[in-house]
Write a protein that binds this ligand. Structure first.
Ligand code: ADP
Ligand code: ASP
Ligand code: MG
Length: 417
């Protein structure tokens, strides 16, 4: 019997009414003869509420306790969904991550899944039960509850699908698939029928929060067919139609090759820029600046170092906004005088906009087209970074939406291809 994993996000689980709809949809799949595992998120707003409570008590909450708290949102969801299924005559059982067990490392608030035990779940499925497992959470070797980072239920779902050798992982959310860009920012954004795994990986890492990046990594590493689709359609819509709807992440490279150069546009507001001015231009400087930043567990994204004219140069890089203050303090306290830098400057009002597409490999002139569009809009580019299938620019955050809209138009993304 084929096994399918369903994942439902916060909006999809947002009220008891919505949970009842999820139950109807799940029951429909089960009635059609599939074994079903459901991985829900916390009800919408709940994780934010819990983190807010923690911060009222302790401004920088202890990460272990924060995970203990934040993980409870998903426990509420699994129990309610199990009840909703039982209420319509289905046998269902809910589990917290530790009960399965979903084992992770001990990196609280951003733990990585290491293994998933399939024994208990397999038994339930074989007995005809629908199994509901909390998203977002796991347990480390010392039996501490851990969480997988914001949006982590996507990763739980794909990892469970991989561990259980499911036929497909269906990610039900509040949009009906992956779009050329966030449809809430560009109303002309177009849904993609397929997106290559590589493109989805770039889009997720560049800020498209429709899927957590680690879920895409799991899907790619284990070639797990993964589809993003709407949970807000009629739950009783024909199953065959639903099964083909949304966006499939494809592992076939060349689907888009002959078509558009650009598949999508991603953006990220969670950026801050730091410049170390007047640094001596000698070997080891990049390491002396970025080494301590990395040791403090701060992720550095874009980096530029200028050509020196008089033996001095400026060194600029970006970090997540939440780590900005920590990074500035660190540089002022232990790096600036050590390397003889003149001063440290920063800007938290910056955003990154990226164009992504495997078609870029076979098209030239994408960068100049992008830069021309931004220049026509009078938008100054502060930093640039590229890879084979993406070009990213850092700009003033107040122009971010304008840039995304203008680029969406320039690359004809509203037209179907
Ligand atoms: P869930 O709670 O179901 O996990 P999320 O809010 O995490 O949902 O992700 C879905 C949201 O992702 C959409 O509502 C949309 O605003 C946003 N999004 C960003 N980029 C894209 C994109 N390229 N395609 C579709 N949705 C996107
Ligand atoms: N509830 C968690 C969050 O809000 C996990 C998720 O929704 O995927 O980040
Ligand atoms: Mg999400």
């Amino acid at each position: 019997m084929a096994l399918i994993v369903h994942k439902y996000g916060g909006t999809s689980m947002g009220s008891t009414e919505r949970i009842k709809n999820v139950a109807k949809r799940v029951a429909k799949w089960h009635d059609a003869g599939y074994q079903i595992i459901v991985v829900p998120s916390a009800m919408s707003g709940e994780t934010n509420r819990l983190i807010g409570l923690a911060k009222e008590v302790m401004p920088q909450p202890n990460p272990r306790e924060l995970d203990m708290l934040a993980s409870t949102g998903e426990q509420v969801s699994v129990a309610l969904l199990s009840m909703a299924l039982q209420a319509i005559g289905k046998e269902a059982v809910s589990y917290a991550g530790w009960q399965v067990a979903i084992k992770t490392d001990s990196a609280f608030t951003k733990a990585r899944i290491q293994s998933i035990d399939d024994t208990k779940v397999r038994k339930d499925l074989d007995a005809g039960r629908i199994v509901i497992i909390t998203g977002f959470q796991g347990m480390d070797d010392d039996s501490n509850i851990t969480t997988l980072g914001r949006g982590g239920s996507d990763t739980s779902a794909v990892a469970v699908a991989v561990a259980m050798k499911a036929q497909e992982c269906l990610i039900y959310t509040d949009v009906d698939g992956v779009y050329t860009t966030d449809p809430r920012v560009v109303s002309e954004a177009r849904r993609l029928n397929t997106v290559t795994f590589e493109e989805m990986l770039e889009m997720a890492s560049l800020g498209s929060k429709v899927l957590q990046i680690r879920s895409v990594e799991f899907a790619g590493n284990y070639k797990m067919p993964t589809r993003v689709l709407s949970s807000l359609t009629d739950p009783m819509m024909p199953l065959e139609e639903e099964a083909k709807s949304g966006t499939l992440i494809s592992f076939e490279e060349d689907i888009h090759m002959e078509q558009a150069a650009i598949t999508g546009i991603a953006f990220n507001r969670d950026e801050a820029k730091i410049t170390v001015l007047g640094v001596p231009d000698r070997p080891g400087i990049a390491y002396q600046i970025l080494g301590p930043v990395a040791s403090a567990n701060i992720e550095v994204d874009m980096i530029i170092q200028n050509q020196s004219v008089d033996g001095k140069t400026d060194f600029t890089f970006t970090v997540p906004r939440g780590d900005y203050a920590k990074a500035i303090d660190l540089l002022n306290d232990s790096v600036k005088s050590h390397i003889g830098a003149a001063s440290i400057q920063g800007d938290t009002k910056v955003s990154k906009v990226s164009v992504v597409g495997v078609g870029m490999r076979s098209h030239v002139g994408i960068a100049s087209q992008m830069f021309r569009t931004l220049s026509e809009e009078g938008i100054n580019i502060q930093m640039i970074s590229t890879s084979e299938i993406k070009i990213s620019v850092l700009i003033d955050e107040k122009y971010m939406e304008l840039a995304v809209r203008a680029l969406h138009k320039t690359f004809d993304l509203e037209k179907s291809n």
